[in-house]
Design a protein around this ligand. Structure first.
Ligand SMILES: *Cc1c(COP(=O)(O)O)cnc(C)c1O
Length: 225
């Protein structure tokens, strides 16, 4: 794996305005630095216990994105510095993010994770649950978070049509929320969809952020996953 070349290829081929999140989970600090030296500044991690030491060890102009399932009791460790939480999958978690953000005097940008795949095990809100949350009175009390978009993971499959349909559905929900009058804590401008195996489809379907691990850093050692 030539991490530098991979980063350069992505930055040269992505249309302007698209954000590349380099997913560095399980990868050592040295490899993240290689990507950093190629100009990459946005990195994604899925575990708090991995994210915090990496944040501490690496240059402070890195934007850290939390992309994995987040347990409420761990929010406090990342609240001071996290750039964007992609994986808000419950009201309870959003309330805890709000509470911890208030403690450090921040407004933390979040994406609602929407369950779009056929797989049962993946986390996320249904469309109806997301709409209900955004329209609720309780949501208006959460003044230390801002919802800046949606995140979704398509089914892991070779069926391009299925992936396309799932991404289209997410984009449709994104547009629906964007065009409906909700509270001031909602500013829809990011659609986080697309991973190494399906980012091309995601870009065609209107993604603004792709989360790429394997295609930058190579295969992960799954025993560490
Ligand atoms: C691991 C992970 C990715 C990156 O996956 P690759 O297939 O390696 O590109 C993207 N999003 C989430 C939520 C992940 O956990």
């Amino acid at each position: 794996m030539n991490i530098k070349n991979n980063i350069n290829n992505f930055s040269q081929n992505l249309p302007p305005g698209f954000k590349l999140i380099a997913v560095s989970k399980t990868k050592p600090v040295e490899e993240i630095l290689e990507a950093y030296q190629a100009g990459q500044r946005r990195f994604g991690e899925n575990k708090v216990q991995e994210l915090v030491p990496k944040y501490e060890a690496l240059p402070k102009d890195i934007e850290w994105h939390m992309i994995g399932h987040l347990q409420s009791n761990k929010v406090k460790y990342i609240a001071p510095f996290v750039k964007l939480i992609h994986s808000v999958d419950s009201v309870r978690l959003l309330e805890e993010i709000n509470k911890q953000a208030a403690k450090v005097n921040r407004i933390i940008p979040c994406l609602l994770q929407i369950h779009i795949s056929e797989e049962e095990t993946k986390y996320g809100f249904s469309e109806d649950e997301a709409l209900e949350l955004l329209q609720s009175q309780d949501f208006r009390k959460l003044q230390n978070i801002i919802i800046v978009g949606l995140m979704g993971m398509a089914t892991l499959t070779d069926n391009v049509e299925l992936i396309k349909r799932e991404f289209k559905g997410l984009k449709l929900l994104f547009e629906k929320i964007k065009s409906s009058p909700v509270s001031s804590q909602v500013e829809m401008h990011e659609l986080s969809m697309g991973m190494s195996n399906d980012y091309q489809i995601a870009l065609e379907e209107g993604s603004t952020m792709i989360r790429i691990g394997t295609a930058i850093f190579g295969e992960r050692n799954t025993s560490l996953k």
